[in-house]
Ligand binder design. Structure first.
Ligand SMILES: [Zn+2]
Length: 135
């Protein structure tokens, strides 16, 4: 029996992010008042509390800020995927995303590794993952 992998549940606040991912684009919220970029989506700027936020494209590049290699998944749906790299990637624009590092053996992932966005279709949702920048 195959167990479906739980996925994101878009809500009105996050739908622009997921719609962009389906187009192969990474969007960030950008504050009109102070210029701050942020992720995950929120109703106000986390720096100045201004409520007028735009969606702007990210270059989709950054570096591994921290990571772990998962050998025992927290959910049985990922049993066949281990080992895999679960990471926080710091984008060049500043925000940090919880994501996976793909396209590289997990033992070769390291803090500071330059990565670029990869868009992976799964069960009707496009996930934003990252892989080595030069691949
Ligand atoms: Zn702001």
């Amino acid at each position: 029996m195959t167990i479906a992998k739980p996925g994101p549940t878009p809500v009105p606040l996050t739908e622009p992010f997921w719609a962009a991912a389906r187009r192969g684009e990474l969007l960030l919220q950008h504050c009109r008042a102070c210029g701050h970029h942020q992720h995950y989506p929120r109703v106000l700027c986390t720096r100045c509390w201004h409520r007028e936020l735009d969606w702007v494209p990210s270059a989709g590049r950054g570096r591994v800020w921290t990571f772990t290699v998962v050998h025992r998944p927290g959910h049985p749906a990922w049993t066949d995927d281990v080992p895999y790299a679960l990471a926080i990637v710091e984008l060049d624009e500043g925000p940090r995303l919880l994501t996976n590092v793909v396209g590289i053996d997990p033992v070769d992932v390291e803090v500071g590794l330059r990565v670029g966005a990869r868009f992976t279709e799964r069960d009707g949702t496009t996930l934003v993952q990252f892989g080595p920048e030069d691949s």
